[in-house]
Design a protein around this ligand. Sequence first.
Ligand code: SAJ
Length: 406
Amino acid sequence: MVNVIGLGYIGLPTALMFATSGVKVIGVDYNKDLVASLQAGKLTFEEEGLDELFASAVANGIEFTTQYTKSDTYIVAVPTPYVKESKKIDPCYVVSAVNSVLDICEKGSIICIESTISPGTIDKFVRPIIEERGFVIGQDVHLVHTPERIIPGNMIYELEHNSRTIGCDDKEVGQKIKELYSSFCKADMIITDIRSAEMSKVVENTFRDINIAFANELAKICRQDNMDVYEIIKTANMHPRVNILQPGPGVGGHCISVDPWFLVGDYPALTNLIWEARKINDSMPEFVLGRIREIMKKHNINDVSKVGLYGLTYKENVDDTRESPTLQLLEAMDEHLAFGIKSYDPFVKEPIVDGQYGDFDKFIDDVEIVVLMVGHSHIKENMDKLQGKLILDTRNICSLKGTYKL
Ligand code: SAJ
């Protein structure tokens, strides 16, 4: 039996995959409302294919509760909030979950941390609390780190097809966890030590951040001399050893925009490239603001309320607004005392910012400039409704005549 602790973006789909594959699963979360909603058959976030997976996990007897239950394996998938000032994660939820497991676990149980943690977190924060409570790691309880790798928007596919890293002290325990995950994961799984697993996870996201920063820097260079950055990247990528990602309005989400800071925080003297990449990506909302200003000036539009931002989430077809470039752009506008801009997102139904619309057609009617911040399928299907508007396309998704690019 498996306890999956933390039923958010990672824990829930993982728990459902285990249950669907025939593993007995108890999903645990301290949030009573979330548990009540799952018990009532209601999902708490949108994700392609999640409804079907949920139905089959429920049919297979998955249970949701706020109580930790005795189990062979405890999979911890709780949030690891990022503290901006110190550039470090706050491991409080991981520590608290491990403490709760220790309250009930039997000898030989395995505690598997899935949450993304900065390199060294297990040594610094998890081992000490286990030892302080009198448990001998490797005898009374085993520790494993299995960092998640799934991408929002394609999670269910990636749970099955992405390879995994299993960090452990004891290879036999690693092998047991590998067998457990192979109930649904069909890809390779590498067994390594815990510190390497922590590090490789952060390195993966940092690599992507640097690649996107390169694309964003190219976008700025190309803007200066009026070259088409998309055409240039497409052409360069035809080289068999070049694979540049796409420029955009900034890097959001709780992973790529956060994890590189763990390295900067721990190795300040050795992380110039990583730091510079973060700065470039963080500068993109201001760059978009500059483009909006240019367009307003060119078309003699002085009133910011004639500008509408399409998309509040951090990327396409998800409902997550954490570290969203659009929210950063709105913050930058507030700092410049430019209030009144409008916004709309089909995935964000509850208003989270001033000037947010609930109706797409009305939103479009009320603005003269539409800034495409996120490339949701919804806007791709409704592009014709933007005919006649001034468009700033930060995602290279619009081919209407006269569209301005990044
Ligand atoms: N973005 C660009 N240009 C691109 C690709 C992305 O500007 O070419 C932007 C997106 O719009 C978004 C941000 O970057 O704002 C991050 O989006 P993403 O799709 O690159 O990644 P995430 O944060 O949704 O998921 C990442 C994934 N990591 C890698 O691909 C290395 C995923 O596999 C991880 O599981 C996830 O982080 C995580 O939880 O760590």
